[in-house]
Design a protein around this ligand. Structure first.
Ligand SMILES: [Zn+2]
Length: 162
């Protein structure tokens, strides 16, 4: 781990953040106190700075579905689910750390395929929409099961065999 000065996306002032290889860290800004999320690659180079933790796969899917704005609802449901439910599970931290390690690699692998948009649209329809419906019905456990199925499927299809 090392520390680095970045520009806070909340207030625009310089802030010191922790950088950990292959991980996302959450750092309170020294000026505005808002949380700055920083993701670093395997070399410790920062490749994401934002006010909310990155939601790689869902964001990619919503972009692929297009229709500006139509996926915003799903994204905010999933983000809230992650920050309020998954994070507080006994093994929530390790679930999220695994996600942050594997999700960017999956998105990169899919981006290298010829039918990228089609793949993301399929994930959106087959996994994200059903998961959002379950979360809205307070079926948090079942939504997590869908999430695990999705990640295992994506790993098998795009990481291990490529
Ligand atoms: Zn700030």
């Amino acid at each position: 781990m090392h520390t680095q000065e970045v520009v806070c996306p909340g207030c625009g002032k310089p802030a010191i953040v922790n950088v950990i290889k292959n991980q996302v860290t959450s750092n309170p800004c020294q000026h505005c106190k808002k949380h700055i999320y920083v993701r670093a690659d395997k070399n410790g180079e920062i490749n994401y700075i934002g006010m909310s933790a990155p939601c790689f796969i869902a964001t990619a899917c919503v972009n692929a579905v297009g229709d500006e704005g139509s996926g915003e609802h799903e994204l905010s449901v999933l983000r809230h689910y992650r920050d309020s439910y998954v994070q507080n599970l006994r093994d929530g931290k390790s679930i999220l750390n695994e996600y942050y390690m594997v999700a960017p690699r999956i998105v990169t692998a899919i981006n290298n395929r010829a039918n990228t948009q089609e793949i993301f649209r399929e994930i959106y329809t087959d996994y994200l929409v059903p998961a959002v419906k379950l979360i809205e019905a307070h079926e948090n456990d079942s939504a997590l099961t869908i999430y695990f199925k999705l990640i295992r499927m994506l790993e098998a299809k795009y990481l291990f065999k490529s």
